[in-house]
Design a binder for this molecule. Sequence first.
Ligand code: PMP
Length: 387
Amino acid sequence: GSPSCECNDCFAGPDCSLPLPDCVADAISGDPLLFEAYWRKNSDLGAVVIPAWYRMGYQTRDVTSMPYTEALVASIRELHAMVGNAVTEGRYIAFGTGSTQLINAVIHSLALQDPGRVTPVVSKAPYYNAYYTQTEYFKSPFYSFSGEPDRKVGQQGPAQIEVIASPNNPTTQIQEVPQNVSGHVVYDHAYYWPHLTPITKAVDYDIMLFTLSKLTGHAGSRIGWVILKDFDLYTKVLRYADVSTIGLGHEAQLRASQLIRTIIDGYSEGNSGREGIFHFAHDVLQSRWAKLQAIFQNVSRFSLQELKPGYCSFFKRVSDPSPGYAWIRCNREEDADCSAVLLSAGIIGRAGPIFGTTPRYVRLSLLKRASHFDNLADHLLKLVAQS
Ligand code: PMP
């Protein structure tokens, strides 16, 4: 590839030596570009060659048979077993065009199980914005977004569909299983991988979402999966994908299964895994977090979310925090619009209200390339020095 794609937001040109005017640090998106360096360094790994005749036809639409590339399903079960982060034995696995498609597929399918009413969709703020955006955008007669979960003790009210990201986006904190839930809980485990948080148990909920995006970094391949206990829900999710897109691209499935196979091989017996993707990404994110902590140390104007080291059963050691996002609070009275404060220092983040919370908060992505992060750190240092 062209080296110019490695330039940060302040430089251009074939060797990134041309300074750009009005240089900013763009940390708004969670595009997981940090993985690019890993795959470039290991460029013999994970590649696929696809002959022109490979699976030209539509994916099978028969919901009673296995509609997906078998190697993909097998590799995902094996990966979860190896990492120890989720139970898949005896569970159904359905795929989506990213987990983005599955968020709505699951909400729609759950609501269809009780079609006689408008099921409230709830999520505790700050929540990942797609839960709100999609639910509102599709304006269904079967469900609507209704904000905070209702947790009245002994409540016998209408069942809700609650969506919980754990670790959470934007705060990166693990969210515990709520008490007094009425209805279904959809667990979004996009970030429950050892490079992003210590793995403490194999999660075993009824509905669990995962994505290739934050696992290998191949966000553009649009592969997500949901692990389900209930067969009826599984068939409804398949039907949703069939009606909306006639399933997934075969190329993306093949690429995903090859990438996941590569990860498993990297950690197989006789291979220490030192060069494996989880070690790589954890080292990168841990050092970024340490750098941020140093920048914000003894700075009262801003605070970062609190994260603690924890024992990771996959790494078999205590793992230092390695979040994908910084969740920043502006503490000064006059800094009520935190994203505006950062913007005036040339830093573009995602404002609190997008996550259903106050403008006092802003999310900065730590998931992009090294050049992006270094640029962000430079801008933050300057801002903190003025404060
Ligand atoms: N869930 C969460 C919590 C996310 O942060 C994201 C991506 N930012 C997604 C789901 C969607 O991921 P994708 O559609 O790429 O699988």
